[in-house]
Design a protein. Structure first.
Length: 445
């Protein structure tokens, strides 16, 4: 009996908000969720304990569940700053920006010197000057924090200092409807879909249409003499190579995607080729197409931009750090997961942690996976995995597996994997960028 009492006392001592947060920082998010649930049940009036539950659910990739747990907390007088900030991040991920801004303002007012709050509020600052101020405040208190987080903050400051308050991605021509062909990318190095853009001087730029990209990334040689104004250097946290890639940021004087024309398009450049065969010059995410209903016909090869429908349709997606994330599952897995919706990947990838929940998964040897920054270290191929999202599913091809812990930690949410063209090719994808909804259907025959 004495031993049991001592064990219970030890467990209760460990179960506290600080310990839950230590588990989150150590990427032990499953344990964090379990402990936070028990803590919230044992101390229902402890607002900080309930805030921890929301923080752990968010890190686990259960974004809407985190919001449901946090909402009653922030409605209380004296709501913890972390609860306010975390719900602000939930609302931002859901595309509810006005609510997010108000919550993050409250969090900063409640804890103006908390580095956890400072870092997270900085991403939603209304001006770059304010974002820079918050990041400098964070860096002054950052000793002992995650090195990648610190490096990312420094890179953002350099970019903000170079840009000032100059607007980027300014549409000088924005037609109500745009329709363009997508050219299939074929060959031994992978598959994909290419859209042709034009730079200043009418120079052609072939871009891989990549919903998994957070912006526009191009090889430097393709834009160096086509209206590029260099800005600053930054570290891109990519999946390949060392996980860090030195890149340069700049502004393109003009970028046209059909009749949609931008000036001062913010671009990240690299000297490394995106495609060993030189078939395309970079990748384009969907962030530049914001405000449109984006239709990707990955059967007949066409891109259509048009006004969003009057009523929302499709399933929600979440935007975290510019990543388009959806809930998908693998057949036989214990639970679903948060996946990057990635038309730029010829083959899907699953995280090592998620693969462990798929009984049918079997390794079939090492795999060469090339991404921004170089080849992915330690990747292998898995057989026996069927991924499903809405009407789409993989077709028995092997998928890749890799450790995505670093990416998940930096983004703040657990990424179970990437949904690539082995799942999405041959379908029609509709992305309502105004309401953050996505649908996937079979082609009309």
């Amino acid at each position: 009996m004495t031993a049991l009492v001592l064990w219970c006392a030890t467990e209760l001592a460990a179960a506290n908000p600080g310990h839950v947060r230590d588990l989150i920082e150590a990427d032990r998010w499953r344990e964090a969720v379990e402990e936070a649930r028990a803590l919230a049940l044992s101390a229902p009036d402890d607002l900080d304990a309930r805030a921890c539950l929301g923080e752990s659910l968010y890190r686990a990739g259960r974004i809407d569940e985190a919001g449901a747990a946090l909402l009653p907390v922030v409605e209380q007088t004296g709501a913890p700053a972390r609860a306010l900030a975390q719900l602000g991040l939930v609302r931002a991920a859901q595309g509810r920006d006005d609510e997010a801004g108000a919550l993050l303002d409250r969090a900063l007012a409640a804890a103006p010197e908390d580095r956890w709050v400072l870092y997270r509020v900085s991403g939603a600052a209304r001006t770059r000057a304010e974002g820079t101020r918050l990041l400098r405040e964070y860096l002054a208190r950052s000793a002992g924090d995650d090195p990648d987080r610190i490096e990312g903050a420094k890179g953002t400051i350099r970019l903000y200092d170079a840009l000032g308050e100059r607007k980027v991605w300014v549409a000088s021509s924005r037609p109500e409807r745009v329709e363009l062909p997508l050219s299939p990318l074929v060959g031994t190095a992978g598959r994909g879909w290419i859209v042709e853009a034009r730079l200043a001087g009418n120079k052609k730029l072939r871009l891989l249409l990549d919903t998994g990209s957070t912006g526009l990334f191009v090889v430097e040689r393709a834009v160096k003499k086509a209206g590029l104004s260099p800005l600053a250097e930054e570290t891109v946290f990519a999946g390949g190579g060392s996980g860090r890639a030195k890149s340069a940021r700049g502004l393109l004087s003009s970028l046209a995607i059909g009749g949609l024309v931008f000036r001062d398009a913010l671009v990240t450049t690299t000297r490394d080729e995106f495609d060993p065969q030189g078939r395309f010059h970079g990748v384009l995410g969907v962030s530049s197409l914001a405000g449109y209903m984006v239709t990707l016909d990955l059967d007949r090869g066409r891109l259509v931009l048009e006004p969003p429908p009057s009523e929302p349709a499709g399933e929600p997606y979440w935007s975290v750090g510019g990543q388009m994330l959806v809930r998908a599952t693998a057949a036989g897995a214990a639970e679903d997961g948060l996946f990057l919706f990635d038309t730029g990947a010829s083959r899907s990838m699953i995280a090592t942690s998620y693969a462990s929940m798929i009984p049918s998964a079997a390794a079939s040897g090492p795999a060469t996976v090339r991404t921004y920054g170089g080849n992915v270290s330690g990747a292998d191929a898995l057989r026996g995995v069927t991924l499903r999202f809405l009407a789409a599913s993989s077709r028995g091809e092997p998928v890749h597996r890799s450790d995505l812990t670093r990416r998940s930690r930096l983004g703040g949410v657990e990424i179970a994997g990437f949904l690539g063209l082995d799942v999405l090719d041959g379908t029609i994808v509709r992305i309502d960028t105004s309401r953050q909804r996505v649908s996937v259907s079979g082609p009309a025959r």
